[in-house]
Design a protein around this ligand. Structure first.
Ligand code: SAM
Length: 266
């Protein structure tokens, strides 16, 4: 039986593992390095482990929280000058609207609920333009997938699609003992900085997603099989891509070349 923290019983369905290690909290807040007046939004403030020091540093914080009990506590603890509470699901939240009002300076941060981390990362990737940087805590295994290179076991759709939009770096690991309740896995902090326009442009983002999804859909199959109906033999020849290889051998630049070739042919 898990004991309550500050009178709140952690809810598994909301991925609630609260940070309790003050040294780790300081380390994360210092990595975020928010300056007074800088626009910043925290996903899942929970019981406020990061919220309080972030408000102290920035002066004002936007938060997106789904748990009504925690929202009520935030309202009791902070004034409207300190916090703007966006009640609801971060998976549906329009981060673009906040980014638009921030002149490209918005920081997005959070100790993310691990049960929705992959869809949340894909949702956040849509708002890369207009955001300054994002700093998140996630399961270390997810962070490894985000930053993996071709031919590494962790390399796959998540990494390619995020690497298309962001420069990413794993900052440090966080052990299970830093949380209450302690998760079963080690966590890690990762930083995402949006790539500038023109760094690696694809003519059709939806087509890129389709190619990447197909290439990693059946990992053991060759590209000739996984890209059937998307790229024919002439296409493989023209691009100099070996159809006998597997998706995990292709770099992000290869995927973009394939998508651009298909877009031009369509
Ligand atoms: N930031 C706190 C900390 O570090 O102690 C809590 C982190 S806890 C891992 C995840 C937080 O995200 C919880 O507060 C949870 O209620 C919230 N959350 C879960 N699912 C969410 C969703 N779909 N949208 C917004 N917040 C969500």
């Amino acid at each position: 039986m898990i004991r309550p923290l500050d009178g709140h019983l952690a809810r598994k369905r909301f991925g609630q593992n609260f940070l309790v290690d003050q040294n780790i909290i300081r380390k994360i807040v210092s990595a975020i390095a928010v300056k007074p007046g800088e626009p910043i939004v925290e996903i899942g403030p929970g019981l406020g482990a990061l919220t309080a020091p972030l408000i102290a540093a920035a002066g004002h914080l936007h938060v997106v929280e789904i748990d009504r009990d925690l929202i009520a506590r935030l309202k009791e603890t902070y004034t409207p000058e300190q916090i703007t509470i966006h009640e609801g699901d971060a998976l549906k939240f329009d981060f673009g609207a906040l980014a638009a009002g921030s002149e490209g300076k918005l920081k997005v941060v959070g100790n993310l609920p691990y049960n929705i981390s992959t869809p949340l990362l894909f949702h956040l990737a849509e708002f890369a333009t207009g955001v300054k940087e994002m700093t998140f805590m996630l399961q270390r295994e997810v962070v490894d997938r985000m930053v993996a290179d071709p031919d590494e076991e962790a390399y796959g759709r998540l990494g390619v699609m995020l690497q298309y939009r962001f420069h990413m770096a794993k900052l440090f690991d966080v052990p299970p003992g830093a949380f209450h309740p302690a998760p079963k896995v080690t966590s890690a902090i990762v930083r995402l900085v949006p790539k500038a326009a023109g760094e690696l442009d694809c003519d059709d983002d939806a087509l890129l997603a389709k190619v990447v999804t197909a290439a990693f859909g059946q990992r053991r199959k060759t590209l000739r099989n996984t890209l059937k109906g998307i790229l024919d033999d002439g296409g493989f020849d023209a691009l100099g891509v070996d159809p006998g290889k597997r998706g995990e051998t292709l770099s992000l630049a290869d995927f973009v070349r394939i998508a651009n070739y298909c877009a031009a042919k369509a």
